[in-house]
Structure formats: structure tokens, C-alpha cells
Design a protein. Structure first.
Length: 295
């Protein structure tokens, strides 16, 4: 569906819009809020979720006067699922993110990302710092910090075992996750997030080819510990890490500071997991808005 609604003013409840963002030959479903004249805030989701994982933040950002845009990324949008692992390299994913911003006429924008979206964000900030006003990453440490932690922390290496499983040949992980009415896929989500979100995501990921397309993000990586081309970060950065994250540990989170050459804030969100945007949406939104207002 493609439609637009009247833009909102800062402080006025933001209406959530459903949009289609066209990138090359792909059509990406998206959600947006806030005035079209506001500074663009691009939100990138992770696995296994869609743009609606950012619903609460879209409302908060839109009400604050920003133009907030969350996009169903490559493999997730029904009309953006190319066949073949080669179409899911980090270069393609970063290129998509830049194209999403370009589609809104934004030379510079704020970037907020989680999980796999965070990997894209670190790589984009490294290669294209001139495009960003600010960077915010939820859960995902800098790739080099994660690689170091996995090499020196047995617990962190063990917790990344799911990546090694996903990267095995096409079919095995899909069959495991979808068997018994997708019981294993449902188990990935934290029980503290809305049931309706989980059911909606599971339904969409159960569509023919959808799960394979999203897992191709893992298969398109060059190794099992996200050897993503990310280097020194020179844009103002906020990094939020949940104290109950079951996969990305505190050692990698704390090592991230060594890769930032700009204003940096590391905030531990106590009692939250990687799903913090839905678990504690008000706390996360307040932290995001404070960071954006500074930059």
C-alpha cells in the first residue's frame, strides 16, 4: 500500500504511515511517522523482525518532530527477496540503507539500528560518516569488538553458536525453525514482547522463501563472527546494551569503546534483552531522543 497522510507538528500524536520505498528493482514496505520536513531518522531492524518492531519509537520520534522511517529490509519485504546468497552481502545491505535515505531526499540523517541492522550501521558509519548526523546501535557491539570477545571469551564464542548453525547449507535451519508450527522460531522471541508482534512476524517468516531470504544475511557474511568491514567510528554514537542479552555479552559491549573516535555514550539497559525497544519502549525512546537532540 502506498499512501501519505498530513505531516504532524512536534508534540502532536504522530500518525503511522504505510509506505513503499523503491530501491532499484526492489519494493520495500515501510512505516513512517512525523513531518516530512523533519530531520530524517532511519531505523533498521534485525532478525527475526520487521519494521513494526520500531512502532513505539516511530511514534515517539514523529511526535518530537523528526521524520522517522523504518523499512522492511532486503529479504524481509515480499517484493525485495532476490534468490541467492550473493545478493545479501554487507555491501548490498549498506547500499540499501543509503538508498532508503536517498528516497527521502536526505543528504544527512540519524541512523538507529538493532541486531543485524546494527552490523549494517557500523559498516555504514565507517564508510560514509559524512552521511550521518548521529549513530545509535541497540544490542550489537562493534564487529571488531565482537570478534575479539569471541576469540578470548569462551562464553561469547559459545553464545554465537546459532550463527554457525544458520550458516550451514540452505534448508536445515529453516526446517528446524518452522517445524511443529514454528515452535522453535517462536522460542527466539522474548516472552516479554507483545504476542501479536510475534505472531505477525512468524506468519510473515513462514511465507515461502521468506525465512531462507532472511537467513541469507548470515550466509552472506564471510565468517561465523561477523567479519564486517567496520573500522574507526567518527560520528557521535550511542550504544545501548541490555544486561539480559542472551547472545551478545558484556565483554564485547565494553570493548566497543576502543573503536569510537567521537562523542560516545555506552548505556546498559538493566533487565532488558536484545528486544529492549519493545520491552522498555519508553526508556529506549527517551535515550534516543536525548542523543538526537544533542546532534
Amino acid at each position: 500500500m502506498e499512501f501519505a497522510v498530513a505531516p504532524t507538528d512536534a508534540g502532536v500524536p504522530a500518525v503511522l504511515e504505510e509506505l513503499t520505498v523503491v530501491v532499484g528493482g526492489h519494493r520495500h514496505s515501510a512505516l513512517a511517522a512525523g513531518p516530512e520536513t523533519g530531520e530524517l531518522v532511519l531505523l533498521l531492524h534485525g532478525w527475526p523482525e520487521f519494521a513494526d518492531a520500531w512502532t513505539e519509537q516511530l511514534h515517539a520520534l514523529g511526535e518530537a518532530g523528526y521524520r522517522a522511517l523504518a523499512v522492511d529490509q532486503r529479504g524481509y519485504a515480499r517484493q525485495a527477496r532476490p534468490d541467492g546468497v550473493e545478493h545479501y552481502s554487507i555491501e548490498h545491505l549498506v547500499g540499501d540503507a543509503l538508498a532508503f535515505a536517498d528516497s527521502q531526499g536526505a543528504d544527512r540523517f540519524h541512523l538507529i539500528a538493532r541486531d543485524w541492522g546494527g552490523m549494517i550501521a557500523w559498516a555504514l558509519a565507517t564508510a560514509h560518516p559524512h552521511r550521518l548526523r548521529s549513530l545509535t546501535v541497540l544490542s550489537t557491539p562493534h564487529p571488531s569488538a565482537l570478534q575479539r570477545a569471541a576469540a578470548t571469551d569462551d562464553g561469547q564464542f559459545h553464545d554465537l553458536g546459532y550463527i554457525r548453525f544458520f550458516r550451514r547449507g540452505v534448508g536445515k535451519a529453516e526446517k528446524f525453525l518452522l517445524r511443529d508450527e514454528a515452535a522453535q522460531l517462536r522460542a527466539v522471541y522474548n516472552r516479554r514482547i507483545p504476542v501479536e508482534f510475534v505472531e505477525r512476524a512468524v506468519e510473515r517468516l513462514s511465507e515461502p522463501g521468506a525465512l531462507t531470504a532472511t537467513l541469507n544475511w548470515y550466509r552472506g557474511a564471510t565468517n561465523d563472527v561477523f567479519d564486517v568491514p567496520a573500522g574507526r567510528i567518527t560520528v557521535p554514537t550511542l550504544y545501548l546494551w541490555g544486561s539480559e542479552d542472551p547472545y551478545l555479552g558484556q565483554s564485547a559491549a565494553e570493548l566497543t569503546v576502543h573503536h569510537i573516535d567521537a562523542e560516545y555514550r555506552f548505556q546498559i539497559v538493566e533487565g532488558a534483552s536484545q528486544w529492549m525497544a519493545m520491552e522498555v519502549p519508553d526508556e529506549v525512546s527517551a535515550l534516543l531522543l536525548d542523543h538526537l537532540r544533542r546532534h
